[in-house]
Design a protein around this ligand. Structure first.
Ligand code: 5AD
Ligand code: SF4
Length: 471
């Protein structure tokens, strides 16, 4: 048994870790043939991609995927800790699974992802959720087949969570959600330690994958006909810093852009690590999509300092303008937190003012959520819930206004769209534009998911655009 340890997770030094190739234990290959599994994924793209690996790991030991937990012999919750809300949802689901387990004693239940890295969550599971068969963390995903096998064979709760980075494992099997869009991890973990954020504790320090391994994975995806690749990391702009003297995200993007892949995306970017040469590369290659997610979090330099964000309102705006200038037709999206401890009405007004200046194409807005173990959790939080909710509502009104305003600018224009599927009505399709906007459109031709087509925009809404295919 390995329990999570917050003290260890807080350590900022990275211990030397090995880079190893995944190998399935032959003894359990196909062992659970005929058994069915269901995965519920919460949170970010990183978790979604981990679930694609989990799915393949389970298939390798014989499990088959089902679309409802009611039909499953094994249910895994891949959890998220970023805000209390995500945490509560996972515990709500555990409550439902408890009832199910009362009816079916053979049901196997597992919990993984970021919540598994939290000592208090694991304590609660060991105390009050004894029916959970196993818990494993983000650092030892590759051990899942053996953990499940042990949980079933020994019929005893297994807790296998490491608080420090484990080996960086290459060659994990993967079953991707689609045959045209793929996530590729380029860097794991985060070193930024923003004071509100739990990620550095649950995902560990920054560890870049070797460029050769990434490029090889991308070559295989191209061979398999993939059209869009999203490079993933908590902070992709720090790529390479821990590995190379002079090979950064800019170099990696350039090496990928020279390949025969129509669409490259990357997320998430921290403004601190965004260099001019990266902006230049993004602007230079037409297959690097003109879409940048650049979380600002607050428009007040005072709050940014308390958040430990390492940039000021002014330097964010400078970077924002540079990207707008150097990347033709770029859409910039952001994340914003309201109600950070000590945020005054003036601070909040600075955030609104920054939004009025940047007119973001998209924004994810949140109320500050206390995460145990983070420095901001200890700050005095005197803003009432009503006040926070009111600020969020005022913020949302402003950001929504700009989504619509930006979308309206596309009316009458032709945009490239990667077709994802057919909407409910016949001959209605949907997909995403180069700037990552959801486009619903009509076409007389039958289209396949994964095709890239030109669509003329007829009308804009706040969250999507309607159009028709260009003949
Ligand atoms: N409370 C509210 N929002 C948070 N985020 C991260 N931690 C917290 C927290 N404790 C938001 C940030 C980040 C996004 C992924 O989630 O805006 O960019
Ligand atoms: Fe969290 Fe900040 Fe790292 Fe993003 S950059 S994962 S907000 S600590």
């Amino acid at each position: 048994m390995h329990l999570p340890d917050y003290k260890e997770a807080r350590t900022r030094d990275i211990r030397s870790y090995k880079r190893v190739n995944f190998k399935l234990d032959e003894k359990i290959k196909g062992k659970y043939k005929g058994k069915k599994f269901f995965i519920k994924t919460y949170g970010c793209q990183m978790n979604e991609h981990d679930s694609e690996n989990i799915e393949a790991l389970l298939s390798s030991i014989g499990f088959e995927k089902v679309d409802s937990y009611l039909e499953a012999d094994l249910v895994i919750l891949n959890t998220c800790s970023i805000r209390e809300n995500a945490h509560n949802k996972a515990f709500g689901m555990l409550g439902r699974l408890k009832h199910l387990k009362n009816e079916n004693r053979n049901l196997i239940i597992g919990l993984c992802g970021c919540m598994a890295q939290e000592a208090s969550v694991v304590e609660e599971i060991m105390r009050d959720y004894k029916f959970v068969n196993f818990v494993f963390g983000t650092h030892n995903l590759y051990q899942l087949p053996n953990i499940i096998d042990k949980a079933i064979e020994e019929n005893k709760q297994q807790i296998e969570v490491f608080s420090r980075e484990g080996d960086l494992v290459e060659g994990l099997p993967v079953i991707r959600a689609t045959s045209y869009k793929a996530y590729v991890n380029i860097i794991y973990g985060c070193n930024k330690f923003c004071t509100y954020c739990i990620v550095p504790y649950t995902r560990g320090r920054e560890r870049s994958r070797k460029k050769e391994d990434i490029l090889q994975e991308i070559d295989e995806l191209i061979k398999d006909g993939y059209k869009e690749i999203t490079l993933l990391g908590q902070n992709v702009n720090a790529y390479g810093k821990d590995l190379y003297e002079d090979y950064t995200l800019g170099n990696l993007l350039e090496d990928i852009a020279k390949k025969d892949i129509p669409r490259i995306r990357f997320m998430t970017s921290h403004p601190w690590d965004f260099t001019d040469s990266m902006v230049e590369v993004i602007g230079k290659y037409p297959n690097i999509m003109p879409s940048v997610h650049l979380p600002v979090q607050s428009g007040s330099s005072r709050i940014l300092k308390l958040m430990g964000r390492r940039y000021s309102r002014e330097s964010y705006l400078e970077l924002f303008d540079k990207i707008k200038k150097m990347v033709p037709n770029v859409a910039i999206s952001t994340d914003i937190i309201v109600g950070f401890p000590g945020e005054t009405e003036e601070d909040f007004l600075e955030t609104l003012d920054l939004v009025n200046k940047c007119k973001f194409d998209n924004a994810f807005t949140f109320i500050f959520s206390k995460r145990e173990g983070t420095p901001a959790c200890l700050l005095k939080d005197e803003i009432s819930t009503e006040e926070k909710e009111e600020r969020l509502q005022r913020l949302n009104e402003v950001v929504n206004k700009y989504f619509l305003e930006n979308n309206k600018k596309l009316e009458g224009k032709e945009v490239p769209v990667l077709v994802e599927g057919v909407s409910d009505k016949k001959k209605m399709y949907f997909g995403y534009s180069d700037t990552n906007k959801l486009i619903n459109f009509t076409s007389d031709k039958n289209l396949e998911a994964g095709e890239i087509v030109k669509v003329r925009i007829k009308s804009a809404k706040t969250w999507s655009l309607d159009g028709e295919i260009v003949e």
